[in-house]
Design a protein around this ligand. Structure first.
Ligand code: 39S
Ligand code: MET
Ligand code: ZN
Length: 758
């Protein structure tokens, strides 16, 4: 059997984030549309060229995007919400949907499965879909002309697309699907006529717990595709876990089935062993981890491949998912310890692994070569394994606090906050001044003292601004942090940070997830100096600002040979140390952010309970050792929180702020059925859009929340941190927010006073 190599998707951002720079220059008006399109084409073709050079047989196209692939799909099929329809220029319209404009709010953004990638949630409405533009075809032709190369168009499948979209009645989803299927058929026909042979159609929804109706829809849709475009070889692609209905899925009339053999807990292989794999289909095997950065053990992978080659008649080897979730290349990492760098494999190096495994299976590479490849990684990982496996004794660390009602009184006596207190989520604008200052310091042009004094000036400036705005609980602004996770990664022992390991998070925004390589240990105070300095400038309370253990874990690359729970508890203990340091230095409100709490939830329900148990325990471990008068806050964003009120409750934070404005009333309505007792701020405006909200809108948001929450438990705050906004936008928006809160506060007081509620 001849075995081929393939890729599922390649990072969009370019080796040095050229993509991000082009987008932002275009948005800022520094380059025009033509220059922008040219630059983007260049980045795309460069990625294709690289994959050609790496010897990948099936190179994906259409995986590239100017913002996000869900948005692309919606756009391509004409799902343009009414409020954007009068925009003539297509590109302008596209970005308006993604980012909003002064008059139009953006589409919602949420997490892509259990990753830190965010997609734009299409609004289906009453739109009848049509093929506005065959993007994959255009791309296919361009690449064919440029490189004389056959490629594999990648599309999001109609079922996943619809199920992840919103603004339609769920019971009518089959009607919308029926409208969409012929549009896909038309698209496939055009591809087929142009000479396309393989098409990858992503249906990751198949790894979730789906019901019979969805399975039935799969049967129907793929029958139609098979009937109407028999010449196209469809690869039905799944990733992030095992498929839930293995037998039904491998029976679908497609050419190949793409399975994830890395994040499936062994279930996909188990199913193959029990039920076999159809002789007439290609097994498209996701072998190399597309979501983590460690070199593969090629010997182990080879064993698995031999097994799969025995079961299937045809085999393709590829990463477990799109390489969108890992950095581009290790080539530009010069500051990591050599040994660690030698154990890492980013997108480009993963493709080399794919190639090597394929060559091995085809008899062109020997097992000795694989053994040699593995030696270095193994010796490195083994060295730290012992250290990381050390356990900390947590039996004496408190996991609960004084009962809520008691500590609430102590906190109120101490803090004396007004009704509907106003606050922000932590970060203030990371302006180019701030980033340049940090760059100068990192390059050694500035010494520590210069950099520190710059940061202190920023803090002082923003304490003043917050006082002028009359916010009630202030923050220091997080100017010293590149990123809320990376910052702690730099300070904690056992974690390493890259210089160029960027991964797209949403739109043009990227993160460099730190790498947890060894035992996590607290070394010294990380946030005390800045927080205490900020507090020294004001009589209002300043919130200490930390990132929680679950979020640090989920937003880092973690070793895959040590239990995640083990690492989580090490992180929790380290954050606990910092909480106690802040408290000792007189900080009375401490926020421990957990925006990634929901994101890390496994895709399969059977794994939920144990995830929640560990996550709650870690948060409580980190936050339960404080005195009763110390107020613990937490913050969450970018996820669907509707069904997790009980978990939020169990965290036992005194105050939680949750993002809610983009999803409008959906979160609020969960309080109709769940009686939440503690304090809560439902974000009153979207911080992703440059647009300044009006007072009326904000009052409406407050009013809506107060229909289900008691006034004395409600806080007024934005959706999330303000680091991506401009200074003037931030101040203008906060001013409106505070005014709206004050007006509401007065109305409530005039109405009967707080007494009746207390
Ligand atoms: N890890 C993580 N995940 C998260 C979030 C988060 O905050 N962190 N928030 C949610 C949404 N995601 C976000 C992800 C990234 C950014 C973001 O602002 N990223 C920045 C990069 C931040 C950063 O680390 N910057 C560095 C590097 C700066 C840099 O690019 N320097 C320039 C020079 C400076 C300049 O002129 O800008 C250069 O090297 O060329 C710094 O501050 O020091 C970006 O893409 O622009 C925001 C939200 C969910 N997931
Ligand atoms: C993604 S959650 C962000 C929380 C953090 N404290 C900030 O304000 O940026
Ligand atoms: Zn947030």
């Amino acid at each position: 059997m001849f075995i081929r190599s393939s890729n599922v998707g390649y990072p969009r951002i370019g080796e040095k984030r050229e993509w991000k720079k082009a987008l932002e220059s275009f948005w800022n008006g520094q380059i025009n549309e033509q220059q922008f399109i040219k630059t983007m084409e260049h980045i795309r073709l460069d990625s294709i060229r690289k994959q050609v050079e790496k010897g990948i047989d099936l190179i994906p196209i259409g995986d590239f995007s100017l913002y996000d692939h869900m948005l692309d799909t919606a756009f391509m099929f004409g799902y343009i919400p009414e409020r954007f329809q009068q925009i003539d220029n297509a590109l302008e319209q596209y970005f308006a949907m993604a980012r909003g404009t002064n008059g139009q709010h953006a589409l919602e953004m949420t997490k892509w499965f259990n990753t830190n990638y965010h997609y734009i949630v299409p609004e289906i409405g009453q739109t009848k879909p049509r093929l506005v533009e065959n993007r994959p075809l255009k791309e296919y032709n361009l690449v064919k002309e440029t490189f004389d190369l056959e490629t594999k168009p990648v599309l999001l499948g109609p079922i996943t697309f619809l199920l992840l979209s919103k603004q339609y009645e769920r019971h009518e989803w089959r009607k919308h699907l029926a409208q969409l299927v012929p549009v896909y058929v038309e698209l496939f026909k055009q591809l087929s006529e142009a000479g396309v042979s393989f098409v990858q159609i992503d249906e990751p929804i198949l790894v979730q717990d789906i019901d019979d109706d969805i399975i039935d829809a799969f049967r129907h849709v793929y029958d139609v595709f098979h009937r109407d475009v028999p010449n196209i070889n469809l690869i039905l692609q799944t990733y992030f876990d095992s498929v839930s209905h293995y037998r039904e899925i491998v029976a679908l009339p497609v050419a190949g089935i793409g399975l994830d053999f890395v994040h499936d807990d062994g279930e996909n292989v188990k199913n193959i062993n029990i039920h076999g794999f159809p002789k007439d289909k290609i097994l498209v095997a996701g072998i190399v981890d597309g979501r983590n950065v460690w070199k593969s053990s090629l010997v182990q992978k080879a064993k698995l491949l031999h097994h799969l080659a025995n079961v299937a008649e045809q085999l393709i080897i590829q990463p477990s998912c799109s390489l969108l979730h890992v950095p581009v290349t290790t080539k530009h990492e010069h500051t990591l310890p050599t040994e660690l760098a030698g154990a890492l494999s980013f997108a480009d190096e993963k493709l080399d692994e794919i190639r090597m495994l394929t060559e091995y299976m085809n008899g062109n590479v020997t097992i000795d070569q694989l053994i040699k490849y593995d030696e270095q990684t193994n010796s490195y990982l083994a060295k730290f394994r012992k250290q990381q496996e050390q356990t900390n004794d947590i039996s004496t660390v408190p996991l609960s606090r004084t009962p809520y009602n008691e500590r609430k009184k102590a906190q109120q006596a101490h803090l004396q906050l007004p009704l509907l207190p106003t606050t922000t989520i932590g970060s203030f604008p990371q302006t180019s001044d701030v980033r340049q200052a940090r760059m100068k310091w990192k390059k050694g042009e500035w010494n520590d003292k210069q950099y520190k004094s710059f940061i202190k000036n920023e803090i002082a400036k923003w304490i003043k601004i917050q006082e002028q705005l009359q916010l009630d609980v202030l923050v220091h602004g997080e100017f010293e942090r590149t990123d809320m996770v990376e910052f702690f990664g730099e300070k904690l022992q056992g974690m390493a940070c890259t210089t160029n390991g960027w991964v797209q998070s949403y739109g043009s925004r990227c993160v460099r997830p730190p790498i947890i390589f060894s035992h996590i240990a607290y070394q010294q105070p990380m946030t005390v100096e800045e927080t205490v300095y900020a507090q020294s400038l004001t009589n209002k309370p300043v919130k200490g600002m930390l990132t929680g253990p679950v979020t640090i874990l989920n937003w880092s690359f973690v070793r895959d040979d040590i239990s995640r729970k083990h690492v989580l508890m090490q992180l929790a203990l380290a954050i606990r140390e910092e909480v106690l340091q802040l408290e000792k230095e007189g900080i009375r409100i401490i926020q421990v952010d957990e925006p990634a709490l929901r994101e890390g939830l496994p895709l399969k329900k059977e794994k939920h309970a144990s995830y929640w148990k560990d996550a709650v325990m870690a948060f409580r471990l980190a936050t339960s050792s404080v005195k009763e008068e110390t107020q613990i806050h937490t913050h969450m964003c970018y996820s669907q929180f509707e069904h997790m009120m009980h978990i939020i409750d169990e965290l036992d934070a005194d105050v939680i702020s949750i993002e809610s404005s983009r999803s409008h009333g959906e979160l609020v309505s969960s309080f109709e059925t769940y009686e939440y007792q503690k304090e809560i701020g439902l974000g009153v405006y979207d911080i992703h859009s440059p647009r300044i909200p009006t007072k009326e809108e904000l009052s409406e948001q407050i009013e809506r929340a107060l229909r289900v929450l008691r006034p004395e438990q409600f806080w007024v705050n934005p959706d999330c941190g303000l680091k991506t906004r401009k200074e003037e936008e931030t101040i203008a928006a906060l001013q409106v927010m505070v005014e709206a809160a004050h007006e509401y506060r007065e109305r409530l007081l005039a109405y009967g006073g707080m007494k009746s509620w207390k």
